[in-house]
Design a protein around this ligand. Sequence first.
Ligand SMILES: Nc1ncnc2c1ncn2[C@@H]1O[C@H](COP(=O)(O)OP(=O)(O)O)[C@@H](O)[C@H]1O
Ligand SMILES: [Mg+2]
Length: 216
Amino acid sequence: MSCSVTLKNLSYQNGGNILCRNIDLNITHKEKIAIIGPNGCGKTTLLNIIAGLQDKSSGTLEIFHNEIKSQDDYGPFRDMVGYLFQNSDNQFLSPVVIDDVAFSLLSSGISRDEALLKSRMILKDLGILHLENKIVYNLSGGEKKLVALAGVLVTEPKLMLLDEPTSGLDYKMQIRLVEILKDIDKSIIIVSHQKEFIDSIVDKIYEITPDGLVLV
Ligand SMILES: Nc1ncnc2c1ncn2[C@@H]1O[C@H](COP(=O)(O)OP(=O)(O)O)[C@@H](O)[C@H]1O
Ligand SMILES: [Mg+2]
């Protein structure tokens, strides 16, 4: 069985206190799971650990069958993991939509024409090609979220980490985003406190507790 992420007896902390312990989780190739729990329970922290942005306290983290002992071990896998932050403003790398979406492709060395072509295809797939020349900071919350998602998808990650993707969006945009996420054929971890929106996207839902993950 090919696994994208394996956590074994993981524990982690923020500000010196252990937040969660005994976290065991296996995400197989193209499996979609959600992790739910109230505000402040440690969802974003767990995603940061899986993304190699924060250290665990103890236990094992494996990404694509490779053990990550410290953030330095993450190097070869960074390009394979796409992270959609809760606050889209933290995600943008360039003020104009098309430049933002193309940014990581351009820095990977492919030609400008190819990067723009690929970025436009993603914008078209998400139904937001008309936004390509807009300034990201002037967009609505939902438009920002879709632009940020385009910037993640364009890098063709094998694993996607989505932090509260539907929060702060109006109902219509939440439904639209859910339809888009349902169609993405990749391993996905969605973190949310809104169970009703993720039910139709994921194969499994876990609730985070101080003593581990519980299948809902
Ligand atoms: N950088 C930090 N330093 C210290 N404590 C933090 C930091 N970031 C978050 N926390 C605390 O850790 C807990 C978990 O935060 P977080 O993972 O953001 O929870 P969630 O995403 O479930 O709302 C919260 O109590 C929060 O206040
Ligand atoms: Mg959070």
